[in-house]
Design a protein around this ligand. Structure first.
Ligand SMILES: Cc1cc2nc3c(=O)[nH]c(=O)nc-3n(C[C@H](O)[C@H](O)[C@H](O)COP(=O)(O)O)c2cc1C
Length: 187
């Protein structure tokens, strides 16, 4: 397969030194060449308010357009209180509206969760999957990716400091490419 696949990456943390963002960059670096992963910022999205959909704020419009243009979506998220951070949920809600015009609809996606803790944000990963079902986003089932101890596995330059994690994540991204092709009907 030779054509380029436009993947929008959504990171569920705004923190400057975010391990999730580092991980997203590291995942991008080990992705197959056909996957062009571009991280879309979500910190500037005003909180979703249905009243505003009559005349949506520019950041909502731009974000919805960015997601619509994408062939696929890569979510990389930490866990807040055993669920997804509010900033990620807000981005999901913004992209999902107005009703019937969800930018997410039908986009193949993958979820990678991470935590400095040992459970790799399993709770956030699966709460996110619950929303993805409703959004009609075909989500890659395997390999599951719960990256525990992430603070020791990816450096501040977005490089894997642990080779076996790097190989695991290379496999995740290769599977993601195959999954996107399968959803598109070419796999
Ligand atoms: C409000 C809040 C809630 C948190 N809840 C969890 C949690 O439920 N599970 C977990 O593993 N870590 C939790 N943490 C710790 C985060 O995993 C940690 O801060 C991590 O570095 C956040 O991801 P980031 O580095 O991408 O910003 C929480 C952190 C904050 C600030």
């Amino acid at each position: 397969m030779t054509d380029t696949i436009d993947v929008v990456g959504i990171v569920g943390s705004l923190r400057r030194q975010s391990f999730s963002r580092r991980l997203a960059l590291a995942l991008t670096a080990v992705a197959p060449a056909s996957l062009k992963v571009d991280l879309a910022p979500i910190g500037g999205l005003p909180l979703y308010d249905q009243d505003e959909d009559a005349d949506p704020p520019a950041p909502w419009r731009e974000f919805r357009e960015r997601v619509r243009r994408a062939d696929a979506v890569l979510f990389v998220t930490p866990e807040y209180n055993r669920s997804v951070p509010g900033v990620l949920k807000n981005a999901i809600d913004v992209g999902s509206r107005p009703y019937g015009q969800s930018a997410w609809n039908g986009k193949p996606c993958a979820v990678v969760s991470c935590s400095p803790g040992s459970q790799g944000a399993f709770g956030a990963n699966h709460h996110l999957r619950q929303s993805l079902v409703f959004l009609n986003m075909p989500v890659m089932q395997q390999p599951e990716a719960y990256i525990g101890g992430v603070d020791k596995l990816v450096d501040e330059n977005g490089k894997f400091s642990n080779p076996s994690t790097g190989e695991f994540c290379r496999g995740v991204m290769a599977s993601f490419e195959r999954w996107i092709q399968t959803v598109r009907g070419g796999g």
